[in-house]
Design a protein around this ligand. Sequence first.
Ligand SMILES: [Zn+2]
Length: 350
Amino acid sequence: MRDLRTLPKAHLHLHLEAAMRPSTMAELAAAAGVPVPSTSGYEDFTGFSQRYQGLIAVFGRRENILRVLDEAVEDAAAEGAVHVEFGGAPLYHASVFGSAEAALVAMLEQAAQSSARHGVSVGLMPTLNRMADPEAMVETALLAAKYAGQGVVGLGLANDERGFPPEPFAASFAIAKEAGLLSTPHAGELDGPSSVRGALGALQADRILHGVRAVEDADLLAELAERGTCLDVCPTSNLLLGVVGSLAEHPLPRLLEAGVRCSINADDPTLFGPGLLEEYELCRSTLGLSDQQLATCAWSSVECSAAPEEVKQRSRSAIEAWLASPPVPGGEALDQADQADQAAAQVVRA
Ligand SMILES: [Zn+2]
């Protein structure tokens, strides 16, 4: 088996607050004199969402938020990421920084510093709350657009999909696209194919965070494959929020077989457990993805990101070299499996 740590990859579906190290969370909670937030024990998305809000409560001070960002970039580098795009809502931290714009500017400055320090390119995706008034969210879209080219790379849309479809946010995403940002909404997680269609149509999605329930509709799968839209898939998140009954049932292999581009991600590691590298390892051990398929996912993550062109070129060569390297002893069986399914596997695209 080849070492997945050395496979260059981009982390495209990672929420900033839930990228916090558990040790940092404990330290910040102690410093703030509040209990360490519970990260488990939720039964559904609503409970999960409450846990997420509990994480935000430990930040309190600007230096804590910036520290978490820096540590998350350091962790990404250690997992073999060459590029990270953080989802985040500047509004969450407006009171600490004075305004949502001040929060975003501080995060962008930290992202640039952390990028240089850890050798990983970093982008921010301000994320709209789909349960909020769509008209009120336009302000966040305008803020994101203002900082396009200065570290903001996309516009996201998150929270409970049930009853909150993508379409009402079309105006915000039109602003983002006009500014040259990627459209990167969540869809196809708690809601089915209709939400993926809404993201593709009304929001002109370049990538879809999750999107896995597209597997329920063969025509939609064909459309995603035809468009080359990347699904930023998070297997453990889907398991713990009940989107799939078991990891073994996760649709990632079926999505890949249908020719849909997919990246592998951790979503909220503070709450779900596995980080980026562990998710790749789970895809190998539990879903049976071959090294060819894992390399294809890694290349999709890099190519469909907003990483600088130089990072993409370098990563492409390194991914091809990784795949061409001999598996370490003990990986013969997997290597044979690789050869067997090479005909069916997608290749790293030009
Ligand atoms: Zn997410």
